[in-house]
Design a protein around this ligand. Structure first.
Ligand code: GRF
Length: 202
């Protein structure tokens, strides 16, 4: 991935708000993620608020809707779009769909996700609610490699966030989100550096 003269090309997949997508775009712009560019932002939801934010930033956006396509067709179209744009690294950022094996095989070791819990604790939906229901004193966020399992691929980076006694799902999610916006760019930069030095094994 990436030679000295070529910037690494990142694709970001979203389904909604896109705040992590924007944190990555900001980090590319300010150099926290070095020698990379955002090749495209792809959403499976035409109404995703993140699309307008990416457009305003001058980033190419693409909507590949789920409806009218099988899961395989949907992922095949996304992989085609990624290949057309010579994408090196795929970052899931609030992308609410499990990838098919064919997608993962096409980009094995090059798909990252961020999840708002300390995996392997609280995978899947509503991790902040799960943390509160279990009485966790600490939660946080995790950047991990995506494989065929739900939020189960190898962990790349984690950051702890305290859970307060009076936390609601919203207050805990907001506190974790602040750390997500720092952790994801740092982890992406780390992975890209390793790739560029040919030290990334997958
Ligand atoms: C984040 O909490 C992320 O960890 C999870 O979904 C949420 C997406 O938020 N996977 P945003 O769209 O990045 O604002």
């Amino acid at each position: 991935m990436g030679s000295e003269s070529r910037k690494s090309r990142i694709a970001i997949l979203i389904s909604g708000r896109g705040s992590n997508m924007m944190a990555l775009a900001d980090a590319v712009r300010d150099g926290t993620i070095s020698s990379a560019e955002i090749a495209v932002v792809i959403s499976d939801q035409p109404s995703a608020a993140g699309l307008a934010k990416a457009n305003e930033r001058g980033i190419e956006t693409l909507v590949i809707e789920r409806s009218g396509r099988t899961r395989d067709e949907h992922d095949r179209e996304i992989v085609t779009a990624l290949r057309q744009r010579d994408v090196d690294l795929v970052c899931l950022a609030g992308y609410m769909r499990i990838l098919t094996k064919d997608f993962i095989d096409a980009y094995r070791g090059r798909v990252l996700n961020i999840h708002p819990s300390l995996l392997p604790l609280f995978p899947g939906l509503d991790p902040q609610k799960q943390a509160l229901e279990h009485g966790a004193k600490t939660s946080g966020c995790t950047v991990h490699l995506v494989d065929e399992t739900l939020d189960g691929g190898p962990i790349i980076a984690q950051r702890e966030v305290p859970v307060h006694e009076d936390d609601t799902v919203e207050s805990l999610a907001a506190r974790i989100l602040i750390e997500e916006h720092k952790l994801y760019p740092e982890a992406v930069n780390h992975v890209l550096q390793l790739h560029q030095q040919n030290k990334w094994l997958p």
